[in-house]
Design a protein around this ligand. Structure first.
Ligand code: OAD
Length: 229
């Protein structure tokens, strides 16, 4: 028999214990800013400098934080399982913890792309972007982020991964944003599904999901220890 396939669906809570803000908690980014003014095609059209400022600030922070115990524990699973990570996060903390198969549903902070040619994508590490940064044809570079109202191009690949999992572990997401939140519905009937989040009870109604209430950096390593036995 081949290795069992574990699929992870992670959200901002995964990286909260590394020091990155979530979006909808009381100190979350979308409690401090209106997302329409920072994370939408309209915002980019109206005020690209403000949009850059927001993502430059987050990119800089990302360069100053480290993967936490939860990211590191997920990497250990690869000793025994085939592991796929589907993340809503735009940080690179799963990569830096060593995980191999990572699908970013909502883009990546470390990348910029041409506002005209979606195939022109560059790694800018933790640097600033300005409106003077252009692609070879002179079009502005924008953050490689899926903004509100834009399509989630990686969604079909994510469905395929979830359809083919034996275990699905959902970590640190409020499951408020679609289509990402609907991925749980594609898990096979007989898959084991876990949901690790301090508010898991509140956010999950499905009776076939095992609720693990708590912080990712505590509860993910515990679950990984169980799964490695
Ligand atoms: P949210 O801010 O909506 O949810 C964060 C979740 O993390 C909540 O369920 C919290 O209870 C949980 N949480 C907080 N601290 C935690 C900890 N220490 N350990 C584990 N969980 C913790 O963030 P997402 O669900 O990721 O999209 O939001 C989805 C999308 O909305 C994001 O990808 C982003 C945002 O708009 C884009 O920017 C495109």
């Amino acid at each position: 028999m081949g290795q069992k396939h574990i699929c992870i669906l992670s959200g901002a809570g995964m990286s909260a214990d590394s020091g990155l803000q979530t979006f909808r908690d009381s100190n979350g980014l979308w409690k401090q800013h209106r997302y329409e003014e920072l994370a939408s095609p309209q915002a980019w059209e109206d005020d690209p400098e403000l949009v850059h400022e927001f993502y430059n600030m987050r990119r800089k922070q990302l360069g100053q934080v480290e993967p936490n115990a939860a990211h590191k524990a997920l990497f250990l699973l690869e000793e025994k399982y085939e592991v796929s990570i589907v993340t809503q996060n735009v940080d690179d903390l799963h990569e830096r913890a060593g995980s191999k198969n990572i699908l970013h549903l909502h883009g990546e902070l470390r990348k910029a792309r041409s506002e005209v040619n979606p195939d022109y994508i560059v790694d800018i590490e933790y640097d600033k972007l300005t409106i003077e940064d252009k692609d070879p044809d002179g079009h502005k570079l924008r953050p490689h982020i899926v903004w509100f109202g834009e399509s989630v191009d990686a969604f079909d690949d994510a469905i395929e991964l979830v359809r083919n999992c034996d275990v699905l572990i959902i970590i640190g997401t409020s499951l408020q944003v679609y289509p990402a939140a609907s991925l749980v519905n594609y898990a096979p009937q007989d898959a084991d599904i876990y949901y690790i989040d301090p508010k898991a009870q509140e956010y999950m109604q499905m009776s076939n999901v095992k609720i693990i209430q708590g912080k990712a950096s505590d509860r993910v390593p515990e679950l990984v220890r169980e799964l490695m036995k």
